[in-house]
Design a protein around this ligand. Structure first.
Ligand code: CAA
Length: 278
């Protein structure tokens, strides 16, 4: 469970989580993060993403699975649109105020976006498997958060929308690469530049969902996948995810070499463990 302290190395305290619109439950090897601002359809703010980064930085070492879901019948309505007003949200830095009053230059804004992206990037870490459990809308930043996860399990009512271009923006929360990796550049152009909804059945066809289940079966389906993932050897899982992640950027020969090296590490560890047990 969330701790009461938020010093260096400590997980976010309850008040930080609450202000970020997040809940965190850690139970053994599984961390469950819930986006919880139901009155704003789980819209997220900068604080949501810096707190997500904080969760990633302070995750207990034995956590192997991270499940992200939305409170209620929606994953997330994306960025809180008040972030684009000069007033911003609850004293948080507005994304436009600095431009309007001249206090922020391009480097400042880029640096700020880099901080926000940290909330998404850590979900690719090889030592964890991240799962998005999606009900209802996942719009804009919500879609990008789901795209940041290794596995997307969708309820039949799930729908993805990359709304940013319709708002005069680009998707900048690390979602464009996984989207193109999964659906290819042509389909990604069509999905983003029309800002249309991709319903669950189509998401399954396009490879944007690993599993689509009836709404009432979503929690059980996630639990089944978590149990199956936890049944494999943790070190082998980490090494395999790292291998798979580099495959697309490697030549066949480079990947074959990477496989050999990873296997030498595995065999060495297994042999040492056998020796220790003898
Ligand atoms: N930001 C702030 N408030 C939001 C919100 C958002 N993204 N989405 C919904 N809300 C608020 C509404 O303003 C409304 O508040 P009030 O009750 O005070 O009027 C409340 O949540 C309920 O909203 P709806 O009545 O619209 O709920 P609905 O169930 O009919 O529709 C929805 C849900 C389809 C998600 C619709 O609310 C919607 O389209 N929201 C906006 C989505 C959007 O454009 N998000 C931004 C995408 S871009 C992005 O994320 C990244 C980026 O730009 C970089």
């Amino acid at each position: 469970m969330a701790q009461a302290s938020n010093g260096p190395g400590e997980p976010p305290a309850a008040d930080e989580l609450s202000r970020a619109g997040l809940r965190l439950e850690v139970d053994g090897h599984t961390a469950r993060i819930t986006i919880s601002r139901p009155e704003r359809r789980n819209a997220m703010t900068g604080r949501t993403w810096t707190t997500l980064a904080h969760i990633g930085q302070t995750l207990p070492e034995d956590v192997r699975i991270v499940v992200i879901a939305g409170e209620g019948d929606i994953f997330s309505a994306g960025i809180d649109l008040a972030m684009f007003t000069p007033e911003g949200v609850d004293g948080e830095r507005s994304l436009v105020a600095g431009v309007l009053d001249g206090s922020a230059d391009a480097d400042d804004i880029e640096g700020h976006i880099a901080e926000l992206q940290e909330g998404f990037l850590w979900l690719r870490r090889p030592d964890i498997v991240s799962i998005a459990a999606v009900r209802g809308h996942a719009i804009g930043a919500g879609f990008q958060l789901a795209l940041s996860c290794d596995i997307r399990i969708l309820a039949e009512d799930a729908k993805f929308t990359m709304k940013e271009p319709a708002l005069g923006l680009v998707p900048d929360l690390t979602g464009t690469k996984p989207l193109v990796d999964i659906v290819g550049v042509h389909r990604a152009v069509e999905i983003c530049l029309t800002a249309r909804r991709v319903e669950a059945a189509e998401a399954r066809e396009l490879g944007l969902a690993e599993l689509v289940v009836p709404v009432e079966e979503l929690d059980g389906a996630v639990d089944d996948v978590v149990a199956a993932l936890l049944a494999t050897n943790p070190e082998a899982a980490t090494a395999t995810k790292a291998l798979l992640q580099q495959a697309a950027g490697n030549t066949l020969q480079e990947q074959a070499l990477a496989e050999r090296r990873a296997q030498v590490d595995r065999l060495t560890s297994l042999a040492k463990a056998m020796g220790a047990g003898a």
